[in-house]
Structure formats: C-alpha cells, structure tokens
Design a protein around this ligand. Structure first.
Ligand code: GDG
Length: 425
C-alpha cells in the first residue's frame, strides 16, 4: 500500500538524554503543529533528526526502535554536522537571507559542503523506506538539495517540496553564492509549494533569471519534466484549538491565572525566540504605549512567551540579551508592587496552558519582521470561539494575507503599533 514519507530536518519529538536515560517529548514549532496528525496514519513515516547528538551505538539503536514504533525514523548527525549544517548553513546563511536579514548571513563554502553531505544522508534514509508508488514530502529550507538528490536515485518517484519560510525576492536570493544549485535542488520535486502567492512569484522569478527556465501559470518546463509551483497557505486544526480553549483544564487554569493577575487586561505574544519575530520592536511599542497612555498603567499587562530556539547561534544569544535588558528596563521603570507590566517566560508550556492564555488574552499581539505564515495568530483566533478579542498582526506575516480583519501594522512603525494597542484595548 503506497505511503507518505514526510521528511524534515527535525522530527516532531524532542529526544533528551540525561541521568534518567532517554526521554521523549513533543517539540514546539510550526512544522510539528501543522503535520502532527498525518504521519501517524497507516504506514506513513516521518524521517528527521531527533534533535540531539548520541555517540553510543546502543543508545542510537534504542532511539531508532522507540521512534519506529511511533512511525518515525531518526537521522543521526555528528557534532560537526550539527554545527556546520544546522547552526551554520541552515541558520546562519539561509534563514537570515530568506527573512531579509542579509547583513546577518555568513557565506562559508565549507558549511555548504556539509549541507550537501547531510542532505545526502537524509536521501539515504529515504531510500531505505521508499517503495514504488510512495509520495515523498520534503519540508523546508534545511533540505533544499534533497528533492534533486532523491530524483537522481528514484527518477519516477512522486516528490513534493514545501517551504515554510518566505522565499525572498530575486535581488536578495541572488546574493547566495550557491543560488543556482539550491534552485535546481528544489526543482527536483514535482510540486513546489509556498505559503503565499508572493513567495511563489519570487521563486519563479529566480528560476527564470538564474536557471533560465520560464513558466506558464506556475508550471516550469524543464527539458525532461514539468514542475508545478503553487501557494498553499497552511492552516491549523481549528477544532483542536477551539476545544482545548474550552476544556475544563484550560478554564480552571484561566481562572487561577486571572486571580493572580487581578483582572488586568492582557496582551499576548508567543514566539520562538528569533530575530525574524520582531520581539524588541514589540517591546518598544508596548513601552511607548505606556508612556503615551498613563491611564492604562496597572490596567494592562503584556504576556510574552519565548520558546528557546537555536541558542548556540550567536545572533540568537545577542537577541536574548537585548530582550532581557528591554524587559528589565520596562518592568523597572513602570512596575508597581501590585502590577507587573510584562510577564516574561523563556520556556515552553503544555497546550492546556497555552489555550488558557489564548482564551484569557484580550489582544493577540503578533508582530514579526518576516514570517512565512505564523500559526500563533491563527491559534489565537481559533481559541476565541466566542468571537471576542482583537488580533494585532504584522503585514509581513504570510497570515496577514488571510486574516485581513486584524489590526494590520508595520512592525517597524513603533507609533502605529502603540496606537494599535490602544485601539485594540
Ligand atoms: C515556521 C515558520 C510557519 C509555541 N510555544 C509553545 C508552542 N508553540 C507552538 C505554537 C505554534 C508553533 O509553536 C509556532 O509556529 P509559528 O508558525 O508561529 O512559527 P515557527 O516555529 O517559526 O514556524 C512559520 C510555520 O513554520 C509553519 O509553516 O507558520 O512562518 O517560521 O503552533 O503554538 N507549543 C507548545 N508549547 C509552547 O510553549 N506546546
């Protein structure tokens, strides 16, 4: 029976190895949220890195066995591969370039070589499982070369590629020394998908100008195959978030949190800690709002939940320090014994707690500088099944193209954001 093989850099579980042995917990992040249900069906399988380095062969064997029972297969990476492929090329070259932070991008040829090798490692893992008729569904910017690598081994296979982050304009993409190889890698798929129409147009323009292939209605004609390129804006499981926000557990938590927050109005933001998410800009807008609207002091708080992410990468460490300082400054300047302006958490919460936050917040405050889609704003809306609440949303999130009834702001405009907070409240 044909199956779907999902392939992404990370598996949807975080594997840890500590004194108690090997433990597993679901990972937080957009991809895990979006595809969580598909790989569990029938014989489908999800191939990816389990998120840690294991040197002991017996541990690797155990992890592989445990994960196989849950329809997952691990690709193990060495410490050098983690550094050069994951932290290096993926997160210090592709991520900043694709999010228009070109000044953060490093151009290191060695890292690109390791990126290629690791993509080939994923390819070998696919070959272990693929049988004729299967659909191979590859995800995201860490695996741009993989569609072509698989095509070279299995010319007749059915391959989809979906990119979860923006695809930048040609003028930005062309900065990458490896631009053509990366494009050709993606064109190894039969279907290439993006969240938005703009991302798709940017990709097609780069294919045309760098690889010389034109397109008609999103179809690229290669000499021996056709590739369809389209936009597929990713949604969420609406019912899951609506039900969770209405669950006994979430309501109980919400009542407890409300008591300790003395019924102040609440702005809520939830992100991975990442410079693309516009967190310092958001904090400065909240500070300006308090300064310009002192009547709201003691009446409104901002809850900011930051999920630790890529903490070995220098820019992320610097960002964490900047955020710590800003939160300290705002709480130090405006706080009262009985009121904290910013409730700041640097960790993950279980879904039940997130649902309680989503449901008790009056305003969802989502202000990325760039975001492929952004699922948090959709989860906020789904959790407000009572149709109350206001969403402030950056025009630079893919989701802004769908959620046009939100208060749409430009995240570089501090004034506009401060005004939107007032309007939202
Ligand atoms: C990438 C793209 C695109 C957050 N904190 C906790 C937690 N989360 C969950 C949220 C949400 C997910 O993580 C974050 O998804 P986003 O879409 O907002 O952002 P990225 O992680 O950057 O995702 C993005 C996405 O891929 C999908 O294509 O939308 O543009 O950058 O689901 O709820 N989950 C739990 N505890 C937390 O503390 N359980």
């Amino acid at each position: 029976m044909p199956k779907t093989i999902i392939v992404s850099n990370r598996l949807p579980v975080q594997v840890n190895h500590n004194a108690e042995g090997i433990t597993y917990k679901p990972s937080a992040g957009g991809l895990a949220t979006g595809l969580g249900s598909i790989y569990k069906e029938k014989d489908n399988i999800w191939i990816g890195w389990p998120g840690l380095y294991l040197d002991d062969e017996a541990d690797k064997k155990q992890v592989a066995e445990d994960l196989n029972k849950e329809n997952m297969h691990p690709v193990f990476l060495t410490p050098d591969e983690i550094k050069d492929f994951y932290e290096g090329f993926s997160n210090e070259t592709l991520w900043p370039t694709f999010h228009y932070f070109m000044q953060y991008a490093k151009y290191n040829p060695h890292n690109f070589e390791v990126y290629k090798t690791v993509n080939e490692k994923f390819c070998q893992a696919i070959l272990e499982f693929a049988t004729p008729g299967d659909t191979i569904w590859i995800h995201d910017y860490q695996l741009l070369l993989l569609p072509l690598q698989v095509r070279n081994h299995l010319p007749k296979s059915s391959i989809g590629f979906f990119q979860h982050i923006p695809f930048p304009s040609y003028e930005v993409f062309r900065l990458l020394p490896w631009r053509k190889e990366l494009l050709m890698g993606m064109l190894g798929a039969d279907l290439v998908g993006f969240h938005t129409y703009d991302d798709m147009r940017h990709f097609l323009s780069s294919v045309n100008r760098l690889a010389g292939y034109s397109n008609a209605h999103g179809q690229v004609d290669l000499p021996n195959r056709k590739v369809v390129v389209d936009s597929f804006p990713m949604g969420i499981d609406y019912q899951k978030y609506a039900d969770s926000a209405n669950s006994k557990g979430a309501i109980k938590r919400m009542e407890r949190y409300k008591l300790s927050m003395h019924d102040t109005k609440l702005l809520l933001s939830i992100d991975r800690l990442d410079y693309s998410k516009g967190i310092p800009q958001r904090l400065k807008a909240f500070e300006m709002f308090l300064k310009e609207n002192p009547e709201y002091i003691e009446k409104v708080s901002l809850m900011i939940i930051l999920v630790p992410s890529r903490d070995k990468v220098e820019k992320y460490q610097e960002l964490k320090e900047e955020i710590d300082l800003l939160v300290g400054r705002i709480n130090g300047n405006y706080g009262k014994i009985s009121w904290t302006p910013i409730h700041y958490f640097y960790r993950t919460f279980p879904l039940e707690a997130l649902s309680a936050f989503y449901r008790m917040a009056h305003v969802g405050f989502v202000t990325p500088m760039r975001d492929g889609m952004n699922l948090v704003c959709k989860e906020f809306v789904a959790s407000r099944f009572d149709h109350k609440g206001v969403l402030i949303l950056s025009e630079l999130a893919g989701a802004a193209q769908e959620l046009s009834n939100a208060l749409i702001i430009n995240p570089t405009d501090t004034h506009e954001m401060a005004n939107a907070i007032k309007q939202g409240l």
